[in-house]
Ligand binder design. Sequence first.
Ligand SMILES: Nc1ncnc2c1ncn2[C@@H]1O[C@H](COP(=O)(O)OP(=O)(O)OP(=O)(O)O)[C@@H](O)[C@H]1O
Ligand SMILES: [Mg+2]
Length: 255
Amino acid sequence: MPEATAGAPTTATPTPTGGGGAVLEVRDLVVNYGAVRALHGVSLSVARGEIVTLIGCNGAGKSTTLRTISGLLRPVSGSVRFEGEPLAKVPAHEIVRRGVVQCPEGRGVFANLTVDENLELGAYTRNDDHAADRERALTLFPRLRERLRQNAGTLSGGEQQMLAMARALLARPKLLLLDEPSLGLAPQIVQTIFSIIREINASGTTILLVEQNAHMALTVAHRAYVLEVGRIAMEGPAATLAASDEVRKAYLGIG
Ligand SMILES: Nc1ncnc2c1ncn2[C@@H]1O[C@H](COP(=O)(O)OP(=O)(O)OP(=O)(O)O)[C@@H](O)[C@H]1O
Ligand SMILES: [Mg+2]
């Protein structure tokens, strides 16, 4: 059953930036870890071509939301639809194959494999030729090209984040789920990562971006949702949220 979300009206409104209808439609997700409820009825939508951000504090349920979309967790109730198809019974690997690709928090690169081997793993769901995508990823992340034979464990934090994103791109995402790409990175690298996120979007990939860095996320996104202890507390155009007193106080440290 739909649970009310406080604050803003919950509508499946399409994006102000145009494009098709919702490519991702999340409805009333309730997710438990054992006896503990992490999501209390989360609804959100992402239209083709958008960057949508989901911001919130530690423990708000951001990663839980992404893991449920990816099929790694199954909801108690509620639904996830991708390109109109319900994902409830679709295995996680098939969700990846359909184009929903998650770049997990903490990056998840294989430390003992080289950069090149990590990239190859990104293409494992595909049996077509991925040379062009590999080339494109290395053009987006030139630092990786210089380090192809290096073990991923020897990369800096920022480089590991780049590798995780490049690897995700090799799975040819239609919808890229990014879980806190700025975590633990120096401001300059954060700028680089976010400008690459923009480039990835500009070349046609729809993005759902989870961030604690609300400032950067609201700068790059078209629309935003604020998640507070497992509930959507606010939603709207990113610029509108960035200007709201509530968001400025609670998430931008202003006022
Ligand atoms: N495997 C788990 N077992 C039990 N509880 C969990 C598990 N994973 C997450 N939780 C709980 O679910 C809630 C939401 O966690 P989640 O990881 O989704 O938050 P988050 O918004 O991603 O936080 P962060 O910004 O710290 O990554 C938290 O209260 C967390 O303690
Ligand atoms: Mg998280």
